[in-house]
Design a protein. Structure first.
Length: 182
Protein backbone atom coordinates (compact mmCIF):
# COMPACT_ATOMS: atom_id res chain seq x y z
CA UNK A 1 0.00 0.00 0.00
CA UNK A 2 1.27 3.43 -0.90
CA UNK A 3 2.23 5.78 1.94
CA UNK A 4 -0.31 8.30 0.58
CA UNK A 5 -3.08 5.66 0.83
CA UNK A 6 -2.11 4.85 4.44
CA UNK A 7 -2.21 8.52 5.40
CA UNK A 8 -5.53 9.02 3.67
CA UNK A 9 -7.10 6.08 5.50
CA UNK A 10 -5.77 7.36 8.83
CA UNK A 11 -7.09 10.86 8.13
CA UNK A 12 -10.49 9.53 7.05
CA UNK A 13 -10.84 7.39 10.17
CA UNK A 14 -9.79 10.33 12.34
CA UNK A 15 -12.33 12.59 10.62
CA UNK A 16 -15.13 10.04 11.07
CA UNK A 17 -14.26 9.69 14.77
CA UNK A 18 -14.26 13.46 15.26
CA UNK A 19 -17.58 13.93 13.47
CA UNK A 20 -19.09 11.08 15.46
CA UNK A 21 -17.91 12.30 18.88
CA UNK A 22 -18.70 15.96 18.21
CA UNK A 23 -22.34 15.23 19.03
CA UNK A 24 -21.35 13.69 22.36
CA UNK A 25 -20.57 17.11 23.82
CA UNK A 26 -24.26 18.07 23.65
CA UNK A 27 -25.43 15.66 26.36
CA UNK A 28 -24.80 15.11 30.06
CA UNK A 29 -21.52 13.28 29.51
CA UNK A 30 -18.45 14.03 27.44
CA UNK A 31 -17.02 11.71 24.73
CA UNK A 32 -14.53 10.07 27.11
CA UNK A 33 -17.26 9.36 29.63
CA UNK A 34 -19.51 7.95 26.91
CA UNK A 35 -16.70 5.67 25.69
CA UNK A 36 -16.04 4.36 29.21
CA UNK A 37 -19.76 3.88 29.86
CA UNK A 38 -20.16 2.06 26.55
CA UNK A 39 -17.24 -0.24 27.34
CA UNK A 40 -18.60 -1.07 30.80
CA UNK A 41 -21.99 -1.90 29.28
CA UNK A 42 -20.33 -4.35 26.87
CA UNK A 43 -17.73 -5.86 29.23
CA UNK A 44 -18.25 -9.07 31.20
CA UNK A 45 -17.94 -9.20 34.99
CA UNK A 46 -14.24 -10.12 34.78
CA UNK A 47 -13.36 -7.04 32.71
CA UNK A 48 -14.64 -3.96 34.53
CA UNK A 49 -11.64 -2.81 36.58
CA UNK A 50 -10.27 0.71 36.00
CA UNK A 51 -7.03 -0.66 34.51
CA UNK A 52 -9.01 -2.78 32.06
CA UNK A 53 -11.12 0.20 30.98
CA UNK A 54 -7.89 2.19 30.49
CA UNK A 55 -6.30 -0.58 28.42
CA UNK A 56 -9.38 -0.98 26.22
CA UNK A 57 -9.68 2.77 25.59
CA UNK A 58 -5.90 3.24 25.19
CA UNK A 59 -5.99 5.88 27.91
CA UNK A 60 -3.97 6.50 31.05
CA UNK A 61 -5.15 5.02 34.33
CA UNK A 62 -5.32 8.51 35.85
CA UNK A 63 -7.60 9.78 33.10
CA UNK A 64 -9.85 6.73 33.39
CA UNK A 65 -9.92 7.01 37.18
CA UNK A 66 -11.25 10.57 36.91
CA UNK A 67 -13.68 9.54 34.16
CA UNK A 68 -15.08 6.69 36.27
CA UNK A 69 -15.41 8.95 39.33
CA UNK A 70 -17.39 11.45 37.23
CA UNK A 71 -19.69 8.69 35.95
CA UNK A 72 -20.22 7.44 39.52
CA UNK A 73 -21.06 10.98 40.74
CA UNK A 74 -23.68 11.14 37.98
CA UNK A 75 -25.11 7.77 39.15
CA UNK A 76 -24.39 6.19 35.77
CA UNK A 77 -22.16 3.47 37.27
CA UNK A 78 -21.63 1.95 40.72
CA UNK A 79 -18.37 0.84 42.27
CA UNK A 80 -17.92 -2.63 43.74
CA UNK A 81 -15.01 -3.62 45.98
CA UNK A 82 -13.83 -7.21 45.94
CA UNK A 83 -14.58 -9.14 49.13
CA UNK A 84 -11.30 -11.06 48.69
CA UNK A 85 -9.10 -8.02 48.00
CA UNK A 86 -10.45 -4.67 49.18
CA UNK A 87 -8.03 -2.86 46.83
CA UNK A 88 -9.72 -4.44 43.81
CA UNK A 89 -12.50 -2.34 42.30
CA UNK A 90 -14.90 -3.02 39.46
CA UNK A 91 -17.79 -1.04 38.08
CA UNK A 92 -21.28 -1.85 36.94
CA UNK A 93 -23.52 0.29 34.79
CA UNK A 94 -26.77 1.47 36.40
CA UNK A 95 -30.22 1.68 34.83
CA UNK A 96 -29.66 5.41 34.47
CA UNK A 97 -26.34 4.67 32.72
CA UNK A 98 -28.05 2.25 30.33
CA UNK A 99 -30.74 4.82 29.58
CA UNK A 100 -28.06 7.45 28.93
CA UNK A 101 -26.33 5.16 26.44
CA UNK A 102 -29.62 4.38 24.74
CA UNK A 103 -30.30 8.10 24.29
CA UNK A 104 -27.01 8.45 22.41
CA UNK A 105 -27.80 5.59 20.06
CA UNK A 106 -31.54 6.23 19.62
CA UNK A 107 -31.13 7.94 16.25
CA UNK A 108 -28.93 5.17 14.84
CA UNK A 109 -26.14 7.63 14.14
CA UNK A 110 -23.92 7.28 11.14
CA UNK A 111 -24.85 3.63 10.60
CA UNK A 112 -28.17 4.71 9.09
CA UNK A 113 -26.33 6.63 6.37
CA UNK A 114 -25.10 3.42 4.71
CA UNK A 115 -26.91 0.50 3.14
CA UNK A 116 -27.05 -2.72 5.15
CA UNK A 117 -24.49 -4.41 2.90
CA UNK A 118 -22.14 -1.41 3.19
CA UNK A 119 -22.49 -1.51 6.99
CA UNK A 120 -21.66 -5.22 7.04
CA UNK A 121 -18.66 -4.71 4.74
CA UNK A 122 -17.43 -1.76 6.77
CA UNK A 123 -17.78 -3.65 10.07
CA UNK A 124 -15.79 -6.57 8.67
CA UNK A 125 -13.01 -4.26 7.43
CA UNK A 126 -12.87 -2.22 10.63
CA UNK A 127 -12.75 -5.34 12.82
CA UNK A 128 -9.94 -6.71 10.68
CA UNK A 129 -8.08 -3.39 10.94
CA UNK A 130 -8.48 -3.27 14.72
CA UNK A 131 -7.30 -6.89 15.13
CA UNK A 132 -4.27 -6.18 12.92
CA UNK A 133 -3.39 -2.98 14.79
CA UNK A 134 -3.68 -4.66 18.19
CA UNK A 135 -1.60 -7.63 17.06
CA UNK A 136 1.11 -5.38 15.55
CA UNK A 137 1.37 -3.49 18.86
CA UNK A 138 1.19 -6.61 21.03
CA UNK A 139 -1.99 -5.34 22.70
CA UNK A 140 -4.96 -7.32 24.03
CA UNK A 141 -7.79 -8.28 21.69
CA UNK A 142 -10.71 -7.76 24.13
CA UNK A 143 -12.89 -10.11 22.10
CA UNK A 144 -16.27 -11.52 23.00
CA UNK A 145 -15.91 -14.27 25.59
CA UNK A 146 -17.54 -17.02 23.54
CA UNK A 147 -14.96 -16.55 20.75
CA UNK A 148 -12.03 -17.06 23.14
CA UNK A 149 -9.56 -19.93 23.24
CA UNK A 150 -10.33 -20.33 26.97
CA UNK A 151 -14.13 -20.51 26.52
CA UNK A 152 -15.29 -24.10 26.99
CA UNK A 153 -18.54 -25.95 27.45
CA UNK A 154 -19.38 -29.01 29.49
CA UNK A 155 -22.54 -30.66 30.78
CA UNK A 156 -22.87 -27.97 33.48
CA UNK A 157 -22.59 -25.10 30.97
CA UNK A 158 -19.90 -22.70 29.80
CA UNK A 159 -16.72 -21.99 31.75
CA UNK A 160 -13.44 -20.15 31.40
CA UNK A 161 -10.49 -22.51 31.60
CA UNK A 162 -8.10 -19.59 32.25
CA UNK A 163 -9.97 -18.18 35.24
CA UNK A 164 -11.46 -21.56 36.18
CA UNK A 165 -14.85 -19.88 36.53
CA UNK A 166 -18.33 -20.84 35.44
CA UNK A 167 -19.71 -18.44 32.85
CA UNK A 168 -23.21 -17.11 32.59
CA UNK A 169 -24.88 -16.66 29.22
CA UNK A 170 -24.39 -12.92 29.79
CA UNK A 171 -20.63 -13.35 30.38
CA UNK A 172 -20.25 -15.28 27.13
CA UNK A 173 -21.89 -12.52 25.09
CA UNK A 174 -19.70 -9.70 26.43
CA UNK A 175 -16.17 -8.37 25.90
CA UNK A 176 -13.49 -10.01 28.03
CA UNK A 177 -10.13 -8.59 29.07
CA UNK A 178 -8.57 -12.07 29.12
CA UNK A 179 -9.69 -12.87 25.55
CA UNK A 180 -7.32 -14.87 23.42
CA UNK A 181 -8.29 -15.45 19.80
CA UNK A 182 -8.64 -18.96 18.47
Amino acid sequence: MEKHDQNEIRELLDRIARINTSQDWAGDINPSQRAALSYLARANRFSRAPSQVATYLSATRGTISQTLKALARKNLIVEHRSQADKRSISYEITEKGSATLMSYSADGGMANLLSKSDRVDMAVCLKKLIRSMLKARGWRSFGVCQTCHFHNKNAAGAYCSLLNEALTANDAQHICYEHKGI
